[in-house]
Write a protein that binds this ligand. Sequence first.
Ligand SMILES: Nc1ncnc2c1ncn2[C@@H]1O[C@H](COP(=O)(O)OP(=O)(O)O)[C@@H](O)[C@H]1O
Ligand SMILES: [Mg+2]
Length: 486
Amino acid sequence: MRLSRFFLPILREAPKEAEIVSHRLMLRAGMIRQEAAGIYAWLPLGLRVLNKICDVVREEQNRAGAIELLMPTIQLADLWRESGRYDAYGKEMLRIKDRHEREMLFGPTNEEMITEIFRAGVRSYKDLPKNLYHIQWKFRDEVRPRFGVMRSREFLMKDAYSFDLDADSARVSYNRMVVAYLRTFARLGMKAIPMRADTGPIGGDLSHEFIILAKTGESAVFCHKDFLDFETPAEDVDFQDPAALQAIVDKWTSLYAATEEMHDEAAFAAVPEEARVSARGIEVGHIFYFGTKYSEPMKAVVAGPDGAMAPVHMGSYGIGPSRLAAAIIEASHDEAGIIWPDAVAPFRVGLVNLRPGRGLRRRLRRSLRQAPDRRRRCALRRHRRAPGLEIRHHGPDRPAVASCRRAQGTEGRRRRAQAARRGRGPDAEPRGGFERDRGLRRQAPLFLRHARRQPGIRDFLEASSAGTTSWRPARRREHDGSRACY
Ligand SMILES: Nc1ncnc2c1ncn2[C@@H]1O[C@H](COP(=O)(O)OP(=O)(O)O)[C@@H](O)[C@H]1O
Ligand SMILES: [Mg+2]
């Protein structure tokens, strides 16, 4: 994608309303735009990130055996009257009337609707267990929407709903989601800790919130520090093996971890002092087991092995991809901007040709376009040999920048020093590399920036006029950073 053809409305100044860093950076980098209080448009750059988050969420849900569907955003009020929540939900629910004066609402969550879909299609215990999910926009009329997409009124949610015959098998479904969540957040480059939580208006008696530790988190959280070193469940974990799932969940719930509402001073005091972590956290996921709370009033019943009809045991499992985009930035940024985890970086590499018209950029772009995604790195490496092109592949945690001129100097010095050490004398011609290719000096320097290290603001500005810009002070900062890479 050429940046000159992309739509990237960046802001030079930090908007005053942005109180936290993720909100500020998302606005400035042209990822989102506020359309009304707590309602945001996702601009192309932001949407790329949001979609990548959803891809990871979806893959892990599917791996755990959940099945995707898509329910509408607008729901009938009558459905909510069946569960008794229409009046109970209060002002957070956006209530609407259609032209026939029929009462509708913009869904804040989907327990009622999925129960209705389930009861229409499943009659027997033989069809269980089932876990159905969708990724859909929700609306909750929060009193005080704030922090951008972190606490917005309209937000994206992946919500899954499990259906089981009894409490024991519902527990297995719950465990499946715990493991899927641990994997999801780890793949997004974050450590999320499951903490026992209050069930709130969803109801029920077993619930965990998945919390990312971040300075600007909305709530105070308390946990054992060993959580930070726990290993993420492997990709080949057997979701059909209840014992294996239970073992993982036991491990991840064995130590103290609680949000402010569930905090128990006495229990926390029992944790060795050096292992106590009191921090702030962002809730990125929330799971519930609520038994027959909805299936009973809504008559979602199945015939058991003995032929008797019984209400199904249900759980619901939410992740907020739009909040996650902000949470990732809170957890991963520095003074120069966002540091994207590989999995969600909007672009993999950024190229800036400092001398236009040489065809280099075109050649490189062509080969990048042709290379399948996972082979792009190889394509980059291959081009390292092309004259006039300096491309260094940098490990995922090394912000990378290199230009020919720079590389030559540094490389040359290093090779000279090596040659001297090997007894060929300080003046010996260094072998190989850039020095060997004397033509290089005359070639166009090409600037490569690992796009995951994407400050998003000034650098993108420069990049968008690629080919006509020269070094600018902003680059020098990057340039200095690159020294460490040699
Ligand atoms: N106002 C919001 N803005 C953005 N994301 C939200 C918002 N409310 C909830 N989410 C996301 O949806 C997930 C599930 O929400 P849920 O637990 O049902 O809501 P709540 O935390 O308000 O009880 C949360 O973990 C969070 O990631
Ligand atoms: Mg919650």
